[in-house]
Design a protein around this ligand. Structure first.
Ligand SMILES: [Zn+2]
Length: 155
């Protein structure tokens, strides 16, 4: 399995989004949510795009998602690099609540639209990158990801 994080640019410091990269420390995915109207806001921004409230704070989500769309990167950014999946997943907490991520833990040929997935984290450089794995591991013939996934209470 490819190391999907190899040579990935480090997220730029952002007071609104730093929580997102630290959230996986305890294995929980957190998304910004408006405490005034309940709207989930991703990427995090102020004010709330629905009510213009400023009480937008991180809250844990279920960690479940489905694959909304994806592509398989076959460009070798370094010699010998394996293809990997870049995906947009939709979280069940709100219609249209999506994030861009990678699907790992299964062959790229097994990823499909509407596939149930769940969050896992790759710890690197003090950040916890959320990636997603098939929610039904029995579908996967390989669980090796080439790196250690951070523990997750969702499993
Ligand atoms: Zn709001």
């Amino acid at each position: 399995m490819p190391d999907v994080l190899a040579e990935r640019p480090v997220p730029a410091p952002d007071p609104l989004a730093d929580f997102f990269w630290q959230s996986g420390r305890d294995g929980m995915l957190r998304i910004a949510r408006c405490r005034d109207c309940g709207f989930w806001v991703h990427p995090p921004s102020l004010p709330c795009p629905r009510c213009l409230g400023r009480a937008v704070h991180p809250e844990p989500v279920s960690g479940r998602a489905v694959v909304h769309s994806f592509t398989v990167n076959v460009q070798q950014w370094r010699p010998g690099q394996d293809p990997y999946v870049i995906a947009v997943v939709e979280l069940p907490e709100q219609d249209g609540l999506r994030l861009t991520t990678n699907i790992v833990g299964c062959p790229v040929s097994e990823v499909h639209i509407d596939q149930p997935v769940r969050v896992a984290f790759v710890a690197r450089g003090g950040r916890y990158y959320p990636v997603f794995t098939p929610a039904c591991p029995i579908q996967s013939r390989s669980t090796s990801t080439g790196f250690d996934l951070w523990r997750s209470p969702y499993r």
